[in-house]
Ligand binder design. Structure first.
Ligand code: NAP
Ligand code: G4F
Length: 348
């Protein structure tokens, strides 16, 4: 029997939270990996330094290329050079709040970036290349009732980030229908990990409370404490991305845990694990979390973290993925929080 040819994957967004977990997973699956990294004046390979030798810029099964999805020709060149079996587009200006400050830039990267990759696959006539689009629950935006959202729920985005993801979602469906490209959307609900960027709320809470516990920070300022999110673990969600591209046909998939929590509840859960008891007082912008032991305010609300329009509620119904991809989350919220706290404690 002849040897099976090894698969090649190209990951845009390799230096991000999800890119690093996906790269780990695909290396274990014996893939040859190519990743695209942006030029940066400071180090940006922290999340992959354990699997990629950034000093010598070489690895046997793992290659990094400089690139940027705002640059159509270099994006096309990289795809042409590698002609990968699978392309994962995880690259984005991924911060919702920041998209209110830099909307045009966000649309260029998060919306048009996806189009540039799809166009390259089309122009190069790569019939065998499969495309994964990192779509987002943020596309649902304003939801009518607090029911779990699925693949049929209409979109009503509430930020230019959300609008850009809706564009990229439809571009993915369109290139599938118009040109027969194997192009799939993973509609992923929020997913976190020790590698989450520090300005996303879960990481900010864990980092803040650990630092408060260690006497390194006095308080944690947050925005809307009552937003509801469905938080999973990024490591589980990387598995779903791979499964989506192994399915017999291209399709669109909700990936979630179908459990939800408010931001405030997340604060309480993290605090409890650090043996801090928070007493909440006041309302709205005046709401404060007081450390029962010391009587000091350790959490307050700062309007600068509010968004002009908020997504109040997200909880996903992943029954289609469970049924057809045999995917379900393996890591509970409790273990996610333990994982994040453990890593944070090891920093100090
Ligand atoms: P992340 O940590 O912010 O990573 C984003 C990645 O995109 C980074 O590698 C970043 O590079 C890269 N990137 C940004 N602009 C780029 C450009 N112009 N050209 C090439 N690369 C660029 O995000 P994540 O949490 O891993 O999420 C991965 C993807 O899933 C994103 O598209 C995000 O919008 C989407 N998503 C995330 C979630 C979630 O809850 N995490 C949920 C649904 C969808 P640098 O490292 O240089 O910044
Ligand atoms: O952690 P967040 O910034 O994540 P958000 O806006 O839900 O977006 C994340 O999930 C999306 C999937 O639905 C991804 F597509 C996107 O790329 C990103 O990964 O905020 C979560 C909630 C929001 O309602 C926000 O208003 O927490 C609320 N929040 C309250 N205080 C805060 C803060 N968010 C941040 N970032 N910082 C705060 O101080």
């Amino acid at each position: 029997m002849g040897k099976m040819k090894r698969k090649t994957a190209l990951i845009f967004g390799i230096t991000g939270q999800d890119g690093s977990y996906l790269a780990e997973l695909l290396l274990k699956k014996n893939y040859i990996i190519h990743g695209v990294k942006r030029r940066s004046s400071s180090a940006n390979t922290e999340r992959i330094d354990h699997i990629f030798d950034s000093f010598n810029f070489s690895n046997k099964n793992f290659f990094i290329h400089y690139g940027d999805i705002s640059d159509g020709t270099s994006t096309l060149n990289i795809i042409n050079k590698i002609k990968p079996n699978e392309i994962y587009n995880l690259a984005a200006q991924s911060h919702v709040r920041v998209s209110f400050d830099i909307p045009e830039y966000t649309a260029d990267i998060t919306a048009l970036g996806a189009l540039r990759i799809l166009e390259a696959i089309k122009i190069l006539k790569l019939k065998k290349t499969k495309y994964y689009q990192a779509s987002s629950s943020e596309m649902y935006g304003l939801v009518k009732n607090r029911k779990s959202l699925n693949e049929k729920t209409p979109f009503h985005p509430r930020s230019v980030y959300g609008i850009s993801k809706v564009f990229a979602y439809h571009a993915t469906v369109h290139y599938r229908e118009a040109y027969g490209i194997f192009a799939s959307n993973g509609i992923l609900f929020n997913h976190e990990s020790p590698r989450r960027g520090p300005t996303f709320v879960t990481k900010k809470i864990v980092q803040g409370l650990v630092r408060i516990k260690k006497g390194l920070q006095k308080k944690l300022s947050l925005g809307n404490l009552y937003a509801v999110r469905d938080w999973g673990h990024a490591k589980d969600y990387a598995v779903s991305m791979w499964k989506i591209l192994q399915h017999k046909k291209p399709d669109d998939w909700v990936i979630a845990t179908n459990k939800d929590q408010t931001v405030k509840k997340f604060v309480d859960l993290v605090a409890r694990k650090l043996d801090i008891k928070i007493i909440w007082k006041g309302k709205g912008i005046k709401e404060k979390g007081i450390d029962k032991k010391t009587g000091k305010v350790i959490v307050d609300v700062d309007s600068k973290h509010f968004r002009p329009t908020e997504v109040d509620f997200l909880r996903g119904d992943f029954s289609k993925a469970r049924r057809n991809l045999k995917w379900k989350p393996a890591i509970s919220t409790n273990d996610l929080i333990n994982d994040m706290i453990e890593e944070e404690l090891s920093v100090y």
